[in-house]
Design a protein around this ligand. Structure first.
Ligand code: HEM
Length: 522
């Protein structure tokens, strides 16, 4: 499973008439059209443009797997974030089926050197400025504001009326309407138009199933393309509303305030719009995390060890002076086990494409589950042990002294800082490994900066949503505990398959009920 899936399309190659492959090989410049035309005969239901860009795009993609990192960072030169999105997915984001960053772009596909464009008013911007502006919306001090929305959402989800029903259908059915747009724009329920929910659901279906020739994927891919103009007009209006009527409980508020209302070239209004759209992918991973958390906690075929660790975390009476309290440690261990995002994805140019016309789009994956369970980093990596995070290094501690201790001649990433422009006393700093972290009112936010903790990636490109992710699962688990909720496997003979995250379609087989005394309390 991966955040940006690369499908296995070997069967398409196998289905091609040998003469088509031979003809394409004889004249590589005709490769795309030869493949497109051959497939158009075999796949008459699919539009020819879609076949060319999506189906052939997937066939001409190759993927290499990187080593497990020993330090929590990735090289800025050889492995790039620039356009690091499997080619066959570009049509979801751009009309032209390929990147057109001038019309808006996202941090996720921006290479490190392009993240700090100098301007006359800011001739020496800190490195990774685009990332630091993104971070301004997800710092630790904002979590109580978001938490009110998150807890409201989960309270509805875990309402008695939903007991003993497949939970993921209910989650996916309400998440865009009652949480996603609320966090971004401060809108819920009737204020969220149907198309803005539909496009998110379609996006999610494409990423979860990720087989370009599936009718379901095809229909939803085209649906995303059809709805995007409407979404863009709506987002333009909403962003301009938030520019004139600030709402500090929204992500967009901080992006606006820290980009001179969308005029900074490092975070233009078009980019804010794009981030709202790209976040369909980012936040979709909550579905996967919640499903797998329930799977581990459920009393029928879950893990007794994980249930015991949950109970211990909730009943902990320790003074919580550690960087991460007992519940955060439990959640971090859940993430280390689940790894909802399987790999960091990079593009690379060297060595140049020489030998194979079939590998036009090349990517490297740095795998997360493998890094998270690497015995070089952990004693007993297969054991569920939240307390392993009592001693792991924090980003704020990975400083120049540490660099010298490791034996580096110089810091791989020099310390730089961005002070937010929205009136708060917040800086976005970075460790020697490039990992960015907030400093709020002079206090460093705890971010585990360790190569064995891989669910959120590595270094300069690590997930800025990390604190929010932990908060979402925290609010969910707190409700589970407070409301004495237990998860069960439902007696379903033919469960519905639900798209809970990228490359992740699961049988919707778990439900909940309130019990007293709860097994968790035992
Ligand atoms: C369970 C939920 C999530 C997981 C597991 C996750 C994981 C990741 C990982 C592994 C990366 C690095 C990918 C790479 O280097 O190729 C990443 C990047 C990113 N994530 Fe998340 N993410 C989650 C949720 C979020 C949320 C909620 C947000 C926003 C609020 C977010 C925003 C981003 C952005 C903007 C990047 C690009 C960072 C950069 O390139 O500098 N993610 N995420």
């Amino acid at each position: 499973m991966s955040v940006y899936p690369v499908p296995d399309v070997q069967h398409l190659w196998d289905s091609l008439p040998p003469e088509s492959v031979a003809s394409a090989l004889a004249e590589p410049s005709t490769l795309t059209t030869v493949l497109r035309d051959a497939l158009h005969v075999a796949l008459p239901n699919l539009d020819i443009e879609y076949i060319e860009h999506v189906v052939v795009g997937a066939m001409l993609t190759s993927l290499a797997i990187d080593q497990r990192p020993v330090l929590p960072m990735l090289d800025t030169a050889n492995f790039s974030k620039s356009a690091a999105l499997p080619h066959f997915l570009w049509g979801l984001l751009y009309d032209a089926w390929q990147p057109e960053p001038s019309t808006g772009t996202t941090l996720f596909v921006t290479g490190y050197p392009d993240r700090n464009v100098a301007t006359p008013s800011n001739p020496h911007p800190p490195s990774n400025l685009r990332k630091r502006i993104y971070w301004s919306a997800v710092t630790a001090d904002l979590m109580p504001l978001y938490s009110a929305k998150i807890t409201g959402f989960f309270t509805q989800l875990l309402d008695d009326g939903n007991a003993n029903q497949p939970l993921m259908a209910l989650y996916l059915g309400s998440y865009y309407k009652d949480l996603y747009w609320d966090l971004h724009l401060g809108l819920t329920a009737a204020d969220v138009p149907a198309f803005s929910q539909q496009i998110g659901q379609s996006f999610n279906i494409v990423l979860a199933n990720a087989t370009p020739t599936m009718q379901l994927v095809y229909d939803n891919y085209l649906q995303v393309r059809a709805l995007r103009p409407q979404l863009n007009s709506w987002l333009t209006a909403q962003i301009s509303r938030l520019a004139t009527t600030p709402d500090p409980s929204t992500l967009v508020h901080y992006w606006l305030q820290n980009s001179a209302l969308g005029t900074d070239p490092n975070f233009r209004t078009a980019d804010i719009m794009f981030e709202c759209f790209h976040d369909f992918v980012a936040l979709s991973q909550w579905g996967n995390t919640i499903y797998n958390t329930i799977k581990l906690l459920n009393v029928d075929d879950g893990s007794a060890n994980v249930r015991a660790a949950f109970r211990a975390a909730m009943q902990s009476t320790s003074s919580n002076t550690a960087a991460f309290d007992s519940l955060d440690r439990f959640i971090m261990e859940l993430f280390r086990f689940i790894n909802p995002n399987s790999a960091s994805i990079s593009t690379f140019d060297d060595p140049p494409l020489a030998n194979s016309p079939f590998e036009q789009y090349r990517y490297v994956f740095t795998p997360h589950a493998e890094a998270s369970s690497y015995e070089l980093h952990w004693t007993n990596p297969q054991v569920f042990d939240p307390d392993r995070f009592l001693t792991t290094p924090l980003a704020a501690h990975n400083d120049e002294a540490r660099s010298a201790e490791i034996g580096f001649a110089q810091c791989p990433f020099t310390p730089e800082s961005f002070t937010v422009q929205d009136g708060r006393n917040v800086q976005i700093a970075n460790s020697i490994f490039g990992t960015t972290y907030p400093v709020v009112d002079g206090v460093d936010s705890a971010v585990c900066d360790y190569a064995g903790y891989a669910p959120f990636g590595f270094g300069y490109r690590r997930c800025p949503g990390e604190l929010l992710n932990v908060r979402v699962i925290r609010d969910f688990l707190q409700l589970v505990w407070d409301q004495k909720i237990e998860f069960h496997k439902l007696p379903l003979t033919d469960p519905v398959q639900q798209p809970v995250g990228p490359l992740t379609v699961v049988p919707d087989i778990y439900g909940f009920e309130r019990v007293a005394p709860s097994i968790f309390m035992a």
